[in-house]
Design a protein around this ligand. Structure first.
Ligand code: ATP
Ligand code: MG
Length: 413
């Protein structure tokens, strides 16, 4: 039925030999049944954490508060979690105490969606108490039990429903969807970090255009009003195909999402989402300079100048983004953008040639340094200004990047 990795089989059978139950559960079962390779194998068990620690030589208390012990086998960690009744109510109102149970059925009941509530082991086969197999077949995201109850226990599940539908290409069951609309305000209790994780996973998925569902359901109305109004405007129709066409990286997808906004507003939203600085910087720069490639003249000097001003890395990303933008506009309008495409390809070719030749495109590549200028008696802001002046000469004519030549040039300044 399900081919378990050897170590996972071994962990399960050791727990069973000690008189307890153990199953793989959740994402790994769902993914395997769909023919996908799971990232990790989570194990659920009737044994308590102390009991698990007695069975295995090497364990780490990674989430003991939630009943999770990590079992280490041949350098690899496997999360083993005791059957629990309650979810992780991290909305600040519920105490996060854990209630253990010896019943698998009860543990499966606390899980979010039926497709995530299937367990499996080799001795008992598939344990599907809530119709997860049928929903996998029907390609449906459906809450376990009453969706209204489940979303009031943990409001993040509403975002998870949309995120899984984007990742798996599934629809959300009608009652579950209605419950999201009815309960959407509950998301205001959830920390922005958890919201961001789900939004990011949605954007990096195979169906990033599903992001508009966060507006349709009302989930973003109060937590992210600026993004909500963007997604409800006509601009959303341009954003959806662009999202699909840019590569699945955080800066690219966030830049595409926020592309109709000015870069300052985009930055505010990304900061509010507590994204890492590298993602924020790159996404904001992509938005800010995304038309830049159109402005670079078709000569090597202009391309070197752009490489210096923007940096080769950002310029490369701007090219990738521009290409996706051209493809999107062409497929939406059905009209070829021949001249913009030719222009982009010409600039890219120049850029490749400049890189392979190793032309100087930064102050650090210059064959003269601030120290050299200081030993010639220059000081203060003069040094920076002179280096900049020399760099511009070298950007125009890379052959001049030679210390003696540059020093000689200083005499003519
Ligand atoms: P992925 O790891 O690809 O995001 P997953 O299904 O493994 O997907 P996890 O967040 O790793 O998701 O959680 C593992 C399992 O724990 C889920 O499959 C689900 O059964 C349960 N689970 C996780 N978060 C919640 C939640 N907020 N409410 C209820 N059950 C949850
Ligand atoms: Mg997982």
């Amino acid at each position: 039925m399900i081919e378990l990795p050897k170590d996972v089989r071994m962990i399960i059978s050791m727990i069973e030999h000690s008189g307890f139950e153990a199953y793989v559960v959740g994402g790994c079962v769902r993914d395997t049944l769909m023919g996908r390779t799971p990232d990790d194998w989570d194990i659920t068990t009737s044994a308590r954490p102390e009991e698990i620690k007695k069975i295995f030589v090497k364990t780490v208390d990674t989430g003991i508060k939630h009943g999770t012990v990590t079992v280490i086998v041949r350098g690899q960690g496997y999360e083993v979690t005791t059957y629990r009744i309650d979810g992780e109510y991290t909305d600040g109102r519920h105490p996060s105490d854990v209630r253990y149970t010896r019943s698998l059925r009860d543990d499966l009941m606390r899980r979010d969606f039926t497709i995530n509530a299937i367990a499996y082991n080799d001795s008992k086969g598939l344990r599907d108490e809530y119709g997860g197999l049928g929903d996998l077949q029907r390609r449906l995201i459906r809450a376990v039990g009453d969706p209204v109850d489940r979303f009031s226990e943990d409001a993040l599940r509403m975002m998870r429903a949309i995120r899984f539908s984007a990742q798996l290409g599934f629809n959300i069951d009608g009652d579950t969807y209605k419950a999201i609309i009815a309960m959407s305000r509950g998301i205001n209790q959830v920390s922005i970090e958890r919201v961001q994780t789900e939004l990011t996973k949605t954007l990096l998925s195979e169906h990033p255009e599903i992001v508009t569902e966060y507006q349709q359901t009302g989930l973003f109305l109060e937590i992210l009003p600026e993004l909500n109004s963007l997604l409800s405007s006509r601009d959303a129709q341009k954003v959806r195909p662009l999202l699909k066409n840019v590569p699945a990286t955080k800066p690219m997808r966030y830049a595409a999402l926020l592309s109709p906004l000015n870069s300052d507003t985009a930055k505010q939203i990304l900061k509010k989402l507590r994204l890492d600085n590298a993602t924020i910087d790159t996404a904001v720069n992509i938005i800010k300079y995304s038309k830049e490639e159109e402005r670079i003249s078709e000569n090597e000097y202009s391309v070197r100048e752009a490489m210096y001003r923007l940096g080769p890395r950002l310029l490369g990303q701007l090219f990738t983004y521009a290409e996706a933008d051209i493809n999107t506009k062409e497929s939406v309008t059905g009209l070829p953008m021949r001249s913009r495409r030719i222009h982009l390809n010409t600039i890219k070719r120049y850029c490749d040639e400049i890189i392979s030749r190793g032309d100087c495109v930064s102050l650090k590549d210059l064959d003269i340094s601030g120290d050299d200028l200081m030993s010639m008696g220059l000081s203060g802001p003069e040094i920076g200004e002179t280096l900049e002046w020399l760099l511009h000469i070298v950007l125009e004519n890379p052959k001049l990047n030679e210390k003696q030549t540059l020093l000689a040039m200083l005499d003519t300044k």
